[in-house]
Design a protein around this ligand. Sequence first.
Ligand code: NAD
Length: 251
Amino acid sequence: MSAAASSEYPVALVTGSTSGIGAAVARRLGRDGYAVVLHSRASAKAGQELAAELGRATYVQADLADDAERVALVRAAAAQWGRLDVLVNNAGISRVIPHADLAAATPSVWRDLYEVNVIAPFRLVAEAEPMLRAAAARGRPGCVVNISSHAGVRPKGASIPYAATKAALNHTTRLLALSLAPEIRVNAVAPGLVDTPLTAGWTAAQELWRERSPMRRAASPEDIAQVVAMLVASDYLTGEILLSDGGLNLT
Ligand code: NAD
């Protein structure tokens, strides 16, 4: 499809969508009637297979630590579908470092996490802004959903740098919501533990969620995709950080 031909379907770009939460969000938005732009840093084969499975979808590879590739990703999405209604900033990285081990949280760990978890989502919104505003002109506000973490809300999480980047993403969400309304809504979902490749070996956290959280389990990627779909379906909510941790924060 060329840039001149605008898709008749609303279009959603979901970053980091070849596995885990991102893949579940892509499948869910596909079922909800969106054309989906899938993305990942490396797993092109998985991306092309998921695009074929979804049907109304394309895949773009980009390293979000690199600013030129961030810009190229949004431009590729625009070129393929001619419009962009929803941006889900899901791609993210984590580092597991005991909070008391300050020496292990090196400047390079801080910089790597900040590039992917904070600067990349902001830059994608900046690049996509004109297209998201154009969505409002068609009748529904453009929509951004950032996937942050409960670690950005409470003093918890895989490491201090990880938690701090997610807190920064939550604050960026509220600042952008204020700046971009009413044409563009900006919200975040802050999951607790989710069963994905990222957390496969996190046995202590899995036990904590089984034993202490009111819902007695970690989230599935589909649980989080449902929360994202709720935010996408709204025409009104903006600036919200939806904590989705099965109630663990209550204990
Ligand atoms: P995952 O490892 O399955 O997926 C992460 C995705 O991010 C991958 O598709 C990967 O390609 C992409 N990515 C990472 N670095 C990238 C880069 N430099 N350039 C482009 N893409 C890059 O992990 P997941 O558990 O599905 O996590 C998705 C999001 O949810 C992340 O932002 C994560 O911080 C957040 N989160 C996860 C949990 C959890 O328990 N799994 C909890 C809270 C928040």
